[in-house]
Design a protein around this ligand. Structure first.
Ligand code: GAL
Length: 335
């Protein structure tokens, strides 16, 4: 039986992975050596990010599952450590090595143009994932003008809307104290990030569109990190107390941190406060099931990573690819 074998070699800045097919009985090393190899460079913006670590690992394991006697995929994964310079060097390294495709999770989407230009000049297919560079008009110029470049992601407006709808659909619509408006804390991802901006905007819009009055009592930038979510929630709960009825968190990691502060402030989710996140990390899905989190929204890293890999393979094989590929979010509540 064929089984994917993943070799993980970690060194100072690089995480190097080779995904290759295990040899069948009777095959010699020489046979394996004859298998054509495709090399793919993957750069993740920050492997400390729980969601992107799952996403990056899934890219490697899916490539591994697709390796067979006719093609073997060798994957190099770089952790850009939230540093655009580290990522720039990684991409230059991929180009110098002559990889067959690059899958890129940008550190700073505003630097997309120059990085895309380099990869396009080297005629290497480029699949951008998760951190979407947004231009004005119909798509980002570096994506729509280059047939070998595409973006695979999920429309963050949908995730924000789903968060707001989860609160809207509660019997009291989030108005715990019955004063006619929903007082909320917004815990945001990183600045200059479309997912953070859209989730912040659309979660609240789902309430106001339904005619529900809202009041933002506090907000903070948590950089998608659990400990920052905890800090931001602790400060807001100490400052505004019971007036905070809903905590919107742009992702689950920060919501997990907020849950700690909510418990620390002797508040009870589902009773006197509501908490919603995005990603559907396993821990959060369990919390939603048991009622310690009000809801989350599945950010389908399996669907997105498989699409990114499939598109990279299509482009490496000379097939035409589209500019944008979208994967749906899914609302998760305990109903
Ligand atoms: C979002 C995800 C966050 C974080 C972020 C990184 O889509 O919900 O948890 O991973 O991407 O840009």
């Amino acid at each position: 039986m064929r089984r994917a074998m993943i070799l993980l070699l970690a060194c100072a800045q690089l995480l190097v992975c080779a995904a290759c097919a295990e040899k069948k009985d009777g095959k010699t090393d020489k046979d394996a050596d004859a298998t054509p190899v495709r090399r793919i460079g993957v750069a993740i913006y920050d492997y400390q990010d729980s969601f992107m670590a799952l996403y990056g690992d899934e890219i490697v394991s899916y490539f591994g599952s697709l390796s067979n006697e006719s093609v073997r995929y060798e994957i190099t994964v770089v952790d850009s450590r939230f540093d655009q310079m580290v990522q720039k060097k990684a991409v230059e390294g991929f180009i110098a090595q002559g990889v067959d495709a690059i899958i890129l999770n940008l550190v700073t989407p505003s630097s997309a143009e120059s990085i895309i230009d380099r990869v396009v000049s080297a005629k290497i297919p480029l699949v951008l994932i998760n951190r979407e560079p947004v231009g004005t008009g119909e798509g980002y110029p570096g994506i729509v003008n280059n047939p070998l470049v595409c973006y695979v992601g999920a429309d963050a407006r949908q995730s924000g809307t789903f968060q707001g709808e989860i609160i809207r659909d509660l019997p009291n619509h989030g108005d715990v104290n019955g004063d006619g408006k929903v007082g909320y804390l917004m815990i945001e991802g990183d600045v200059e990030n479309t997912d953070a901006q859209y989730r912040t905007q659309y979660s609240v819009k789902a309430l106001t569109d339904a005619g529900i009055a809202v009041e933002e009592l506090d907000s903070g930038i948590g950089d998608w990190k659990r400990e920052r979510g905890q800090e931001i929630a602790a400060i807001a709960l100490a400052r505004y107390g019971d007036a905070i009825e809903v905590v919107f968190s742009n992702n689950d990691s920060m919501a997990l941190g907020a849950a700690v502060s909510i418990a620390g402030a002797e508040r009870t989710v589902g009773k006197d406060i509501y908490l919603v996140g995005v990603d559907a990390l396993e821990e959060c899905v369990s919390m939603v099931r048991e009622g310690t989190m009000t809801g989350t929204v599945r950010n389908d890293y399996v669907g997105q990573s498989h699409k990114a890999v499939d598109v990279a393979i299509a482009a490496m094989s000379g097939e035409a690819i589209e500019n944008y590929y979208w994967v749906d979010y899914v609302k998760i509540t305990n109903e």
